[in-house]
Design a protein around this ligand. Sequence first.
Ligand code: MN
Length: 205
Amino acid sequence: MFEQVKLDYAADGLEPYIDRLTVETHYGKHHAAYTKAFNDAVAAAGLEGKSTWEIFKGLADVVDPAVRKALRNNGGGYFNHNLYFENFSASPAKAPTGALAAAIDKTFGSLDALKAELKKTALGQFGSGWAWLNTDAAGNLSVTASANQDNPIMDADGLTPILALDVWEHAYYLNYKNLRASYIDAYFEVLDWAKVSAKYDAAVK
Ligand code: MN
């Protein structure tokens, strides 16, 4: 049984950057609905006990196209939002440390340059989707985008997403209306780079 990540901040703990009603709706309604539908699809497919990684990598083997689609869309919705919500903090570390800090400097030149690349990628995602910071097992970083609720585990081999930037309109429309760029700037104000750094350390062998 897959469960939503528990938030270590209050619904209004990310204000004024991400407002209370957006957190309540996004986490409490959208993410909750993806999680329930994913668990239903896992049961329908007889995949109880498998990890999300195993399920995403095995999608091509799911025979029933409706079940395969439900696993992809709702499994992505479940997993992607866990990563999105758990990387926020009410008192975030504003910069990465250790190995991630060094890898960002090596790959992008600076943290600001990485943020600019993520923002450009997120703004360039036509319609609903996500921008990602990924690492491979050797620690090489990449920025990618996915449509819908797809993610780099489904889309590519050997990538682990460590930062998830949701650019579905439900992530920002209540507060920022059509201003996706303003929402992206606000996202970085509550993104906890200590949490991203820990995910990088865990993913690199
Ligand atoms: Mn979302």
